[in-house]
Design a protein around this ligand. Structure first.
Ligand code: ZN
Length: 304
């Protein structure tokens, strides 16, 4: 089952020849989630061969242009391509008016369903049988949320040979899958661990941008497999990071370490630095398994 991340853009405010503002696409079990929608998102979707119609939910962290200026063009293109399926947008409630100031609602032939974000506390945004998506407040100059995407733990798998051996009823199979022990017709107790195989471990991804250093969301993303955390500045510019509501590479490393993440991706680098080596090195000094992402990078999370 897919759990794949495509980085469409990870620049900070300025687009460059080969770099674009924030936009990530996460494919979980062929459900496509777009996280932020900076300029050039639709071009980057084409470049990465992601079918426009597959995007079912869009998550906008905050209303700074580098995180949502691509939305107008993308929605217009959806319409021109004849989209009919609903589009869900999770964002600051102010986005709806902004969007319909730019785009004439009557020209859109699909339904846009707005879900206002809660900037006070962590919230469940979406769940089905196998996926859960949460938001959590970040610490930026304006209302900002991060997002957490995870598979849900499946039921245990029962060992088939025991079903026949003990002639276990469907009702009891369901109980065993949930973790109960089993009592045979002869009155023998069999431990659940003997009867079952554990389900595949769940996989998860968290997206934290833009934010100053804050540990407030660590419980929400604990043990995350893949963590994206912005790292706009080098440590020398810590004061500037604090002033502008951003983080340094070292601070991103600290969040990865404290949340017990398995892998850290950093991005949203300020274009003031010709190279990102120093930011990466400063993050790796704290959290070794760190990668500096760039546009068109692709990551697959595989169960252990
Ligand atoms: Zn911002």
């Amino acid at each position: 089952m897919a759990f794949k991340l495509t980085v469409l853009g990870s620049n900070s405010a300025l687009p460059t020849t080969n770099g674009f503002p924030s936009a990530h696409v996460l494919n979980i079990h062929e459900h496509f989630f777009l996280i932020d929608c900076g300029e050039a998102t639709q071009i980057q979707l084409r470049r990465n061969k992601i079918n426009f119609n597959k995007i079912e939910r869009i998550f906008i962290t905050h209303l700074h242009g580098d995180h949502f200026f691509g939305l107008f063009g993308l929605i217009s293109t959806f319409s021109l391509l004849g989209r009919i399926r609903n589009l869900h947008i999770y964002a600051d409630s102010a986005l709806k008016d902004i969007l319909y100031t730019v785009i004439d609602e009557k020209t859109i032939n699909f339904q846009i369903i707005f879900h206002p974000l809660n900037f006070k506390k962590s919230d469940i945004l979406f769940e089905n049988n196998s996926i859960i998506i949460k938001s959590f407040p970040l610490k930026h100059r304006i209302n900002t949320c991060g997002f957490y995407f995870s598979e849900k733990l499946k039921d245990k798998n029962i060992r088939k040979e025991f079903i026949q051996k003990y002639n276990i009823s469907i009702k009891d199979i369901l109980k065993i899958k949930k973790g109960e022990d089993y009592k045979t017709e002869e009155g023998e107790f069999i431990k659940n661990e003997i009867l079952t195989i554990p389900p595949a471990p769940t996989r998860s991804y968290a997206y934290c941008s833009d934010t100053a250093y804050t540990e407030e969301f660590i419980d929400t993303i604990k043990n995350v497999d893949l963590l994206y955390h912005e790292a706009t500045f080098e440590e020398n510019d810590l004061e500037l990071a604090i002033k502008t509501g951003h983080s340094t590479g070292k601070q991103a490393g600290l969040i990865a370490e404290k949340s017990k993440a398995k892998k850290l991706l950093i991005g949203h680098f300020s274009t003031r630095y010709p190279k990102t080596d120093t930011i990466l090195q400063q993050a790796q000094e704290i959290f070794e398994n760190t990668i500096a992402v760039k546009a068109n990078d692709f990551f697959e999370v595989i169960s252990d």
